[in-house]
Write a protein that binds this ligand. Structure first.
Ligand code: ADP
Length: 571
């Protein structure tokens, strides 16, 4: 900074961008610094924004997407130009697939040198386009505040999603006077969460209530859109006044406690196959819900869909579509019911059938969990982990889960009793989200312990971020189900392995019994190796009490899991 600049009070694009972010109420940022955005990160920190520095933009992007879901504020992440932006696409695409609000801000090369093969040159706007609701490049310093605020508000509007802001090197280095900066900042819009016009008519609400009232076998399904909408109280009220059984999607789990007597998770096939009217709130009828089609669902089930996105309802063509915020629509339904309440009651044949079936299945699972199998299968350690998590009480830990078998078994065994306490591979089946999600959860909910239960392959995608856990001393315990590879290491029949590379390890295998706990110790965190129930119990007890970064390496029998988990038909 030259003397004349100090006299003139000039600030550059980095300072202006940081001020715009702070003005918009951004409190946290995730990312990887480098050319040309290092100063943007340090300037943001100077303004009170907490910057969580990662090893890889991919994990930072995953963290931002989950932060958006957990806080209902856009998760902001920062990347360098070119390759940094490309790595960040993982986060943007994951936000898009899950409908979570996030904003990626990337530096880019000098505009004057674009096309000449500049350092980290890339047409970043073109690259992000398929994954965002809004993308813009500031070509002049004066545009920065408005574009920062636009990206943030677009991320939240309507169906949430990813947005992108491109800040070229020359724009970050450009300077303006303090007076101009103050004026431009004041002119930029505040991020308004535009209230979605309620498209639901009172006639539609009456229709929905009529359908539920006259159904023989009604079901309420809810997903992470309802969780994002914070619709838990409205949902609980609807379920308890009407006595209608409910089914959460994996991340919907916990909006109403899994332990609730109307929970039909353990009777899932009967619930979806048998219902005649299904009220689906904030959950897409995509692969996770078998597209709402036979044979899983009956041919003549009448769907009532509640979704913030009109396009979603148009795509699914339900019997009745209610476009609007989940909480608002459910409140209207509750109000309509209040005038003429109805309740199925425990002895209603449908409620009784579901409850009986659920009891039988729960009993079967409990028997499986009670068996202490060593070397560990997936169930024995999962049961021990479930009990350790439940023993924590409220506020319950946030669970992060990924991996094929680990996530499948975990979804059935682990219990969610509070909203937004489960983060998993989600709509896109994204593996590698684990560490990023752990960090997002620790930042978004500082009062909660974070427990990740992941397969060794899921963990490996971003294992270096355990250093990030230690650096910030996040209360995160990562439990690695270590079966030596994807699905379980080398399970080939030796007679069938031929060709010049037959001595290579199988594509599914990693080094058997890898010492992942020592990876954590390399950075000063706590590592545990467990092969027996008592060892696992004591590691869980100690690490949950310490609330410090830890990795528990759980050695699993490599022959215990199924290939592709429960998705064999697709592999
Ligand atoms: P799940 O994976 O739990 O089944 P999905 O991600 O498939 O959930 O579906 C979530 C749906 O919720 C999306 O279609 C999204 O448009 C919708 N949604 C997002 N926010 C809201 C909201 N505030 N109210 C109602 N629906 C919402």
């Amino acid at each position: 900074t030259s003397n004349s600049e100090v006299i003139q009070n000039l600030i550059d694009g980095n300072v202006l961008a940081a001020r715009a972010l702070a003005l918009a109420g951004v409190r946290h940022m995730f990312g990887v610094v480098g050319i040309p955005v290092t100063s943007l990160a340090t300037q943001s920190v100077a303004l009170g924004i907490r910057f969580i520095a990662f090893h890889n933009e991919q994990s930072a992007g995953y963290a931002a997407s989950a932060y958006g879901y957990l806080t209902a504020r856009p998760g902001v992440f920062l990347t360098v130009s070119g390759p940094g932006c490309v790595h960040g696409l993982a986060g943007l695409s994951n936000s898009a697939a899950n409908s979570w609000p996030a904003v990626m801000i990337s530096g880019s090369c000098d505009q004057r040198d674009f096309g000449k093969g500049d350092f980290q040159e890339l047409d970043q706007i073109a690259v992000v386009r398929p994954f965002v609701k809004f993308a813009a490049k500031a070509t002049e310093i004066s545009q920065i505040p408005h574009l920062v605020l636009s990206a943030l508000s677009h991320a939240l509007e309507g169906r949430p999603g990813g947005c992108y802001l491109d800040l070229p090197t020359d724009v970050l280095h450009q300077k303006i006077s303090e007076e101009d900066a103050a004026r431009i900042l004041a002119e930029a819009e505040n991020p308004r969460v535009r209230v979605v016009e309620n498209l639901v008519s009172s006639l539609d609400i009456e229709k929905a209530v009529g359908l539920l009232r006259n159904a023989d076998r009604p079901l309420i399904v809810f997903g992470k859109g309802a969780a994002y909408a914070r619709a838990e109280n409205s949902l609980k009220k609807l379920i308890e006044t009407t006595g209608i059984p409910f089914l959460p999607t994996p991340m919907g789990k916990g909006l109403v406690p899994d332990s609730h007597e109307l929970a039909s998770t353990a009777a899932r096939s009967l619930a979806i196959g048998g219902c005649d009217v299904a009220l689906v709130v904030g959950a897409r009828l995509n692969w996770l819900l078998h597209f709402g089609e036979p044979p899983k669902w009956s041919n003549d089930v009448k769907f009532i869909l509640v979704d913030i996105s009109k396009e979603e309802i148009e795509l699914r063509k339900p019997y009745l579509g209610l476009v609007g915020d989940a909480g608002t629509v459910l409140d209207l339904i509750n109000k309509e019911i209040k005038d003429d309440p109805f309740c199925l009651g425990k002895s209603h044949p449908w409620v009784e059938a579901i409850s009986q079936k659920a009891k039988v299945n729960v009993l079967k699972m409990e028997m499986q969990l009670a068996e202490e199998v060593v070397p560990f299968n997936f169930f024995t350690p999962m049961g021990i982990i479930r009990d350790a998590i439940l023993a924590q009480g409220s506020p319950y830990p946030i669970l992060v889960s990924e991996g094929a078998n680990t996530m499948d078994v975990g979804r059935a065994v682990l219990v969610q009793n509070e909203p937004r306490t489960r983060l998993d591979a989600g709509t896109w089946g994204t593996m590698g989200v684990g560490l990023g999600y752990c960090i997002a959860a620790a930042v978004a909910s500082p009062d909660r312990l974070v427990v990740a239960v992941e397969g060794d392959s899921g963990f490996g995608f971003s294992a270096m971020e355990v250093e990030t856990l230690v650096r910030y001393q996040f209360p995160v315990v990562v439990i690695v189900f270590n079966n030596g590879g994807v699905y379980g290491g080398d399970r080939r029949n030796p007679d069938e392995i031929t060709g010049p590379h037959k001595d290579d390890p199988a594509p599914t295998s990693f080094v058997p019994q890898a010492a992942y706990h020592i990876l954590m110790e390399a950075f000063g965190g706590k590592g545990y190796l467990t092969e027996k129930p008592e060892e696992l119990k004591s590691a869980l007890f100690e690490s949950f009490s310490f609330r410090k970064p830890a990795v528990i390496n759980v050695i699993i029998d490599p022959y215990a899991g199924a290939e592709s988990g429960r998705m064999q038909h697709k592999n």
